[in-house]
Design a protein around this ligand. Structure first.
Ligand SMILES: Nc1ncnc2c1ncn2[C@@H]1O[C@H](COP(=O)(O)OP(=O)(O)O)[C@@H](O)[C@H]1O
Ligand SMILES: [Mg+2]
Length: 371
């Protein structure tokens, strides 16, 4: 019974992926159930090491004992990554298993239980002997491709991962396995063993920045937001933009029918009072027919009523928009200064759709944007 009480796990958080990044009341990613084994997979450069370091940094911040086992990068390279993000690695133990000579177990070999020696020998790394000394509550193995190569056959590899899971099961430790998917064929051995699987992808298109996205492909006993979530890697770590669900963004007051007038009487008469609040209206016309000017007219009319508007311009500079409005007798300056009108220039090549939405369209703490 004691075991079952102990095993009620507290979620292990990675701040960058936790609920705070999601719109209220959604569960895109709620942290990791503690004392389980997780798989984080993605091609080289996708951001696995970055997430893994953030996972351990959070543990170190909470004064937990944490261990990074690096099998492909040297400790210096890892420290270089941390420095580039300005992270303080104090409290994070690093073991460079790529160079076993560097392993310091702190224990004489006869103190190490035979089972650990055997598993370490099977895995081809001597690191496990350190685990009972360090007693980590969070551990990262970066990456599995080395273990897979050392195992030789897929059956042996699966057995070793199972043994690794078994080894940590009784040790109150959350394990993060990184896989750079460099195996010739994408096997599902570890996916089937892991408690949850998170995949990172990056795509380069013909133009613009590389698009990065992550997907939770499996999470035992947990409801999560499926589908792809965009993310960016900045200095300081990952920023995730959870997939948007339109139904979560309905504001009750928008359901009340109301007209948004343009302030041009003839046009408003023609529209039966204006365009309907809470709906989308498309202005279509050849270049130069006045679509942008008409849109700004709506924004100015709203600002005169004290309502806030946001304009996103894709193909003109903000200066051009302002100059054109000024030349037509519509001075935007006072409304821009008071914040009643916001104009953002968007370079679609630099932002992914969810990224741009999250950046610009966060609910305003003051009166909401109306048009
Ligand atoms: N300090 C930094 N600032 C911004 N982006 C960075 C920084 N460091 C790394 N990156 C980005 O993160 C990517 C590598 O992330 P990393 O976690 O090392 O990937 P992986 O472990 O999956 O190979 C780099 O290709 C780079 O685009
Ligand atoms: Mg890496």
């Amino acid at each position: 019974m004691t075991a079952s009480v102990q095993s009620i796990p507290k979620p292990v958080t990675i701040p960058t992926l936790s609920t705070s990044a999601c719109p209220a009341s959604t569960t895109c990613w709620v942290g990791l159930t503690s004392n389980r084994l997780y798989l984080l997979e993605g091609a080289p450069g996708a951001g696995k090491t970055t997430i893994a370091l953030q996972f351990l940094l959070e543990g170190a911040r909470l004064k937990e004992s944490v261990l990074y086992v690096t099998l492909s990068e040297t400790e210096q390279e890892l420290m270089g990554v941390a420095r580039s993000h300005r992270w303080n690695m104090e409290g994070i133990e690093v073991r460079d298993a790529a160079f076993p000579g560097h392993v310091a177990t702190g224990r004489a070999i006869h103190d190490v239980p035979a089972s650990e020696v055997e598993l370490s020998r099977q895995l081809g790394i001597e690191i496990l002997a350190d685990v009972d000394v360090i007693k980590p509550t969070r551990i990262v193995f970066d990456s599995l491709s080395e273990l897979r190569l050392l195992a030789g056959s897929s059956l042996r590899y699966r057995r070793q991962i199972l043994a690794l899971k078994q080894f940590f099961a009784g040790r109150q430790c959350t394990v993060l396995l990184l896989d750079d998917m460099t195996a010739m064929e994408h096997d599902l051995q570890v996916q089937s063993i892991a408690h949850a699987v998170l995949r990172l992808e990056q795509m380069s298109s013909d133009y613009g920045v590389a698009r990065r996205r992550l997907v939770v492909t499996k999470y035992r006993g947990r409801q999560f937001r499926g589908g792809y979530h965009d993310y960016k890697i900045n200095r300081g770590g990952l920023q995730v933009f959870p997939r948007l669900v339109a139904a979560e963004h309905v504001e009750p007051d928008l359901r009340a029918p109301a007209d948004i007038a343009s302030g041009i009487d003839a046009l408003d008469d023609l529209l039966g009072g204006g365009i309907d609040r809470g709906t989308s209206t498309l202005f279509v016309g050849a270049p130069g027919t006045g679509k942008s000017t008409l849109a700004m007219q709506f924004a100015i009319a709203a600002a005169r009523r004290g309502e806030r508007s946001a304009a996103f311009v894709f193909d003109e500079s903000i200066g051009t928009v302002r100059a054109r409005c000024r030349s037509m007798g519509m001075d935007l300056a006072p409304y821009l200064a008071s914040g009643l009108i916001t104009i953002r220039q968007v370079d679609p090549a630099e932002l992914s759709p969810v990224n741009s939405f999250m950046r610009y369209a966060r609910p305003s703490p003051q009166a909401g944007h109306r048009s």
